[in-house]
Design a protein around this ligand. Structure first.
Ligand code: SF4
Length: 490
């Protein structure tokens, strides 16, 4: 009987990307995914060291699994990701029922470490200080049939004082453009029509091989890939956001009018304390140039409130930048001390009630602006890539959901446009996740749009075919770059 596995992922897109490799590695080693709600033989935690008091979350989960493991012969638990890279042997000291601890630089070692722990009946802790192989070259099982993450670099050369990433993911390492494009073409050949280029500092791409324009060249090269409908990227750093990238975005049709650019704070004094190498004027200048070149661009951001030393005046400056930038959305965080970061020992930690108050005022402003921006789209038509899963339902309408070119989420009525009879008896147009539908926006909410008039047009795509094929044959082969698919002809 094949052993079953479950991978639990915490944190950022880079971890989602790496978890697709962990599942690919396990399936290539003969494991199969555990059925939903069934206890897996192997449970893998791909951890985060930043978000949501990550430590408590991990040790809490491990605590719950201890009695399960005690009564399940042969069960194994593995911990990887940023918290493993940070805590190392501390994890098996605190949770001696853990079998394997591996780091961010050696995710490829998981199957071998599980086997060694089983044979030697002894916990295996293996943490490397630098990257073993680019995770992108490892076998992968992608979550989506029509969209994919493509890592262009790992690590980061910046030293933001609140961030632990450089300590855990190391200095920036760039993949060769040819390798990135080969992966993109291979994905499109499998039916993928949307790729998101991924890097801690995606627009610094090329710094390792000395080409400051490598990222804009990569965007343009993605524009040449036949069948690739949508290109997105995350996360750029304002300090490295150069005009050649804006021009490449504007001139390359399949690069989507959407930009996620972390601001973190609107106060130059706080940006200096965060060691963010840009100031508010430069940040707003980039926003203006992006909007001039791409008028319909949706811009989102990350903001931290309550950074040590932040005054009311600093916070007001953040609100001013938010008001000027008119973000379509923002990930907002209350500053919390992250052990091992320079900011953790800074004086003037802001009291929790003050942080909470500022957080609520910021979220209110962000939501008001996002809603106003969404309201301005009512009456426009948009082509959506249909997403997996049902959309927002209410008594009257069973909706599906999809994303527009600007990545806004739209819940839409899947009946033929204007066909009230069909709407009454819920006759839907024949669409699949990955297909494209054109709809008219009829209503706006702060975090999504609604199209209740029905579907104006349907474009069935190769991604829809890929989704259908995958749904029909869930045990689709594991695909690795440059390696024959398991079970597929070499
Ligand atoms: S740019 Fe700053 S916040 Fe982003 S990963 Fe690098 S150090 Fe962390």
């Amino acid at each position: 009987m094949a052993r079953t596995y479950e991978v639990r992922t915490f944190g950022c897109q880079m971890n989602v990307h790496d978890s697709e490799r962990l599942t690919g590695l396990l399936e290539e080693a003969g494991y199969v995914a555990a059925p939903a709600n069934a206890q897996a033989d192997v449970v893998v935690f791909n951890t985060c060291a930043v978000r949501e008091n990550a430590d408590n979350k991990l040790y809490g989960n491990l605590g719950h699994l201890a009695p399960v493991k005690a009564r399940t012969p042969g069960m194994q638990i593995a911990v990887g990701g940023c918290l493993a890279q940070k805590d190392r042997g501390e994890i098996t000291r605190k949770a001696p029922w853990v079998d394997v601890v591996f780091g961010t630089h050696n995710i490829g070692s998981l199957p071998a470490l599980l086997e060694r722990a089983r044979v030697n009946d002894e916990a295996q802790v293996e943490i490397l200080e630098s990257l073993e192989v680019f995770p992108s070259t490892l076998p992968t099982r992608r979550e989506s049939a029509y969209a994919a993450w493509v890592s262009v670099s790992v690590g980061c050369n910046n030293t933001c004082t609140f961030c632990i990433v450089p300590a855990l993911r190391g200095k920036e390492k760039d993949r060769r453009p040819g390798d990135v494009l080969a992966e993109v073409r291979a994905l499109v050949a499998e039916g993928v029509s949307e790729v998101t280029l991924l890097g801690q500092n995606v627009n610094a791409y090329g710094v390792e091989f000395g080409d400051r324009q490598a990222f804009s060249k990569l965007l343009r090269a993605c524009g040449e890939v036949e069948g690739l409908e949508r290109v997105r990227f995350t996360s750029p750093h304002p300090a490295e956001f150069t005009d050649d990238v804006i021009v490449a975005m504007a001139e390359t049709p399949n690069v989507m009018p959407q930009l996620h650019m972390p601001l973190q704070s609107g106060s130059d004094r706080v940006l200096k304390a965060m060691r963010r190498s840009y100031r508010r004027e430069k940040y707003l200048g980039i926003i203006d140039r992006v909007r001039a070149a791409i008028p319909d661009a949706a811009i989102t951001t990350d903001i931290i409130v309550g950074f040590p030393g932040e005054t009311e005046e600093d916070f007001v400056q953040t609100l001013q930048v938010v008001a000027a930038a008119r973000f379509s959305g923002a990930f907002t965080f209350q500053y919390s001390i992250r052990p091992g970061t320079p900011a953790a020992t800074l004086p003037d930690q802001v009291p929790a009630d003050v942080v909470q108050d500022r957080y609520e005022r910021l979220v209110e402003l962000v939501n008001d602006i996002a809603w106003e921006e969404n309201k301005s789209l009512v009456g426009t038509t948009v082509e959506l890539m249909v997403a997996e899963g049902e959309g927002r339902k209410d008594a009257a309408t069973h909706r599906l959901s999809g994303r527009g070119p600007d990545n806004r989420l739209v819940h839409f009525d899947p009946t033929p446009f204007g066909d009230r009879a069909a709407a009454r008896d819920e006759r839907r147009v024949e669409i699949r996740p990955g297909d494209m539908v054109t709809v008219e926006i009829t209503r706006a909410a702060p975090h999504h749009l609604v199209a209740d008039g029905g579907v104006l047009a349907v474009r069935r795509t190769r991604s829809g075919d890929a989704w259908e094929a995958r749904t029909a044959a869930p045990s689709a082969p594991v695909v690795g770059l440059g390696m024959p698919a398991v079970g597929a002809p070499a």
